[in-house]
Design a binder for this molecule. Structure first.
Ligand SMILES: O=C(O)CCC(=O)C(=O)O
Length: 386
């Protein structure tokens, strides 16, 4: 890893020792769960049933070694470009070199800022109040900037490399195995947890709309793939309460009170090497701590739903304006799958591309070119947010 960190070392303050013990114990528990390994298929070409079983048992799975060196190098090139194109400071129209800043001309929400090591959502009403408890906010180094970008939404419009990863054939095979052949997009993002600066994401469950549906089950609110450019550790990675995706809405305040801090008993980290991709059920209780470690975490989030979970449903309003999702909306938002498959085919011509059934059935092709790239501007206004 060769991107520079801007800040001096920091730690968790008075909780540093408890935190270190919690991280170590959590990692041991995570490795004992039996939910990690490469993506494997059975003799009929279906994703191995034991992988799916472990995913449904735990609510997450770590797929090891999915993204190869070439793909990671492409992503890193784009990441560095993205970092240099960020606004000079929050809401500035220009980057540090005086060029139009990334996302400055977008209508859709793109850049999310936080004070270094802060928790912008915890204990607020933001995002339908789904993050009820504020996380500890350790003290950043004196030389840290006032605010940093920790989340970029609509990320596939900013990086061809991320778009190509979105169409990784093994990942889309898993998407089909989990959400059905007619799976649809949800939302895409890059989480950036810079050493000594990266914000917390307070404990939450992602789903907002189907908890009381008569057809609710453990997969109703879909999942996120979390592709790791530099890997992730207990200190900077996402933690999950295993099995919580089956429980309905959990009482997060009660769990924190029971544990005596935000170090929830029984939660475990999703520990990944560079190129690993976790799949995380959106109903599972999850969150991440402020990154006081010396390691970068850059996660490509790629979310997918069952078509039946969004069709005819009123969106939850977090990622996009509330609307009832119909066939036309779903089709328009799904175009990006076609573009991503073609973009990947152009970059990795020897790989067998994923065949997305809804497009194959409709005999629809998508060509990734400059016009398609232009058409993706603000595509996340149409995120299928449930
Ligand atoms: O990457 C993180 O730190 C948080 C991810 C998350 O909360 C999510 O994807 O819903």
């Amino acid at each position: 890893m060769n991107i520079q960190s801007k800040s001096a070392p920091v730690d968790y303050g008075p909780a540093r020792e408890e935190m270190a013990a919690y991280l170590k114990a959590g990692e041991e528990k995570a490795y004992a769960l039996g939910n990690r390994g490469p993506i494997r298929y059975d003799d009929n070409g279906a994703v191995a049933q034991d992988i799916l079983d472990a995913y449904w048992r735990c609510g997450f799975y770590v797929f090891e070694g999915v993204l190869g060196a070439e793909e990671l190098a492409d992503i890193e090139v784009d990441l560095k470009e993205i970092l240099t194109r960020l606004p000079k400071e929050k809401d500035a129209p220009l980057d540090a070199q005086g060029r139009p800043a990334l996302g400055a001309d977008c209508q859709a929400p793109t850049l999310f800022w936080s004070k270094p090591l802060g928790d912008p959502f915890g204990g607020t009403d933001l995002a339908n109040g789904r993050h009820p408890v504020k996380m500890t906010e350790p003290t950043p180094a004196q030389d840290a900037p006032d605010e940093v970008v920790y989340l970029i939404l609509g990320s596939l419009q900013f990086s061809d490399a991320c778009l190509r990863t979105y169409a990784h054939p093994d990942l889309l095979a898993v998407a089909a195995a989990v959400n059905g052949d007619d799976f649809v997009p949800f939302s895409d993002a890059i989480f950036i947890k810079e050493p000594g600066m990266g914000a917390s994401v307070a404990w939450h469950q992602d789903g907002t709309t189907l908890w009381d549906s008569p057809t609710w089950d453990q997969g109703s609110h879909g999942f996120n793939f979390m592709g790791q450019l530099y890997g992730c550790t207990p200190a900077n990675g996402v933690w999950v309460l295993p099995g919580s995706h089956k429980l309905g809405q959990v009482d997060i305040k009660a769990l924190v009170a029971e544990a005596g801090s935000e170090r929830l008993t029984d939660a475990v980290p999703m520990v990944c090497a560079p190129g690993d991709v976790a799949i995380s059920n959106r109903q599972a209780l999850h969150g991440s701590f402020a990154n006081t470690s010396t390691d970068w975490r850059v996660t490509l989030n790629m979310g997918f739903h069952r078509r039946a979970s969004v069709m005819g449903v009123m969106g939850g309003g977090i990622h996009s304006a509330p609307a009832v999702y119909d066939d036309a909306r779903i089709k328009e938002r799904s175009r990006i799958i076609g573009y991503a498959i073609d973009a990947r085919k152009q970059r990795f011509p020897d790989e067998t591309p994923f065949a997305y059934k809804p497009f194959a059935d409709a005999d629809e092709g998508h060509r990734w070119d400059d016009a398609a790239r232009e058409s993706l501007k603000d595509y996340n206004l149409l995120d299928l947010s449930i």
